[in-house]
Design a protein around this ligand. Structure first.
Ligand code: SF4
Length: 361
């Protein structure tokens, strides 16, 4: 087992096709989401509630985190298995020191056919104004920015750290200026918290270069107190906007796209809805996730992951790592959102689902 970890990469020569892997439902592995930190400077109530993630919460030590070299190695192997998009998440990924360096390492990867890999990032936007240019220069292609309201009081109540909307909007503007687009703005809609802001958000971002997306509040993890009645179905979101700003549905950009696209009939741009609760999309889910300390998860609502860090730090070869990753995907059966009901949480009592702040969206 103890081979030199710097052994030659997975034997897939440039110009040949990737060793494509499909799971038990014939879903091809295409998207890799990598959480680079479990820390965040926000305490969004639906993701990282303060009462759980307070001052005494023990975040991971630096030595526990995958290094940039380990992340890049995993990514290189995943790309050899068909991954074409890599999304960096967290916690808040811009808190990870030297993130541009990792972006540069990932941007150097090529698919077996020689194509660039699409490197994207999901952020709360708090440090975007400062970091956007360096990330762009390192090879980052796109950013998604979470913004749950334009109303400062509502936004501060959601992020629970008094962070102002204006700073996030400033970060979005800089990211646009440096060319990290099309920028997607993600709003998690929770009834009784920010559903009154659906139409104002749409009106604000209409006729802008940004794509606003409305995400149904999900029962990710087991700390956000999720209830079905707090979910605002996407159909309701669309009809609220359509009543004031007429919309028409648009075809997906690619198979497996999580967002359903709509555009303003007057040419005023595009919005999207992500409906994991009311219109599940598990049938076309091509996403795998790696946590900050190197566990592989095949579903956002998983309870258990596969420890790849142990394999790596025990000196396994690329071929062994590749075989393990491919094997995990091939055995994948996940379809949580198809099975979800208002009582799914009780049924899974005793097995804690992974937290959004740990694995990223
Ligand atoms: S619930 Fe799991 S399998 Fe279904 S779309 Fe989400 S991540 Fe994919």
């Amino acid at each position: 087992m103890a081979r030199n970890p710097n052994a030659t990469p997975v034997p897939v020569e440039r110009g040949s096709s990737p060793v494509v892997v499909t799971d038990s439902r014939n879903r091809q592995l295409r998207d890799l989401r990598i959480s680079v930190t479990d820390r965040c400077n926000f305490r969004c109530v639906y993701c990282m509630p303060k009462q759980i993630f307070g001052r005494d919460f023990e975040f991971m030590e630096r030595a526990d985190l995958l290094t940039f070299e380990e992340i890049t190695r995993l990514a290189r192997i995943a790309v050899a298995h068909g991954v074409e998009k890599i999304r960096l998440t967290g916690g808040e990924p811009l808190l990870r020191k030297g993130l541009e360096e990792l972006v540069g390492m990932l941007a150097a990867l090529r698919t077996p056919e020689g194509r660039e890999v699409d490197i994207a990032l999901t952020t709360n936007g708090s440090a975007l104004a400062v970091k956007a240019q360096a990330l762009k220069d390192a090879g980052l292609k796109r950013v998604n920015v979470s913004l749950d309201s334009l109303d400062d009081a509502t936004f501060k109540a959601v992020n629970d750290v008094d962070f102002p909307v204006a700073k996030v909007l400033a970060g979005i503007a800089v990211a646009h200026e440096v060319g990290l687009g099309p920028i997607k703005i993600d709003m998690v809609v929770k009834r009784g918290q920010n559903d009154q802001d659906i139409v104002p958000m749409a009106a604000h971002f209409k006729d802008s270069p940004y794509i606003l997306r409305f995400i149904e509040f999900m029962d990710v993890g087991s700390t956000n107190g999720w209830k079905m009645e707090q979910v605002v179905p996407s159909a309701e979101v669309i009809s609220a906007i359509n009543a004031e700003l007429p919309l028409e549905e648009v075809a997906a950009n690619y198979p497996g796209e999580t967002s359903v696209r709509w555009r303003y009939r007057d040419g005023g741009g595009e919005i999207g809805v992500i409906s994991s609760v009311t219109q599940s999309f598990c049938h076309s889910c091509t996403r795998v996730r790696v946590s900050t300390e190197g566990k592989l998860f095949t579903c956002l609502f998983a309870t258990d992951g596969h420890d790849l860090r142990a394999l790596i730090r025990n000196g396994c070869s690329d071929e062994e790592l590749s075989a393990v990753m491919a094997g995990i995907w091939r055995e994948r059966t996940d379809r949580y959102s198809e099975l979800r009901t208002a009582t799914t949480n009780e049924i899974r009592a005793g097995k804690k689902k992974i937290e959004m702040s740990y694995i990223g969206g």
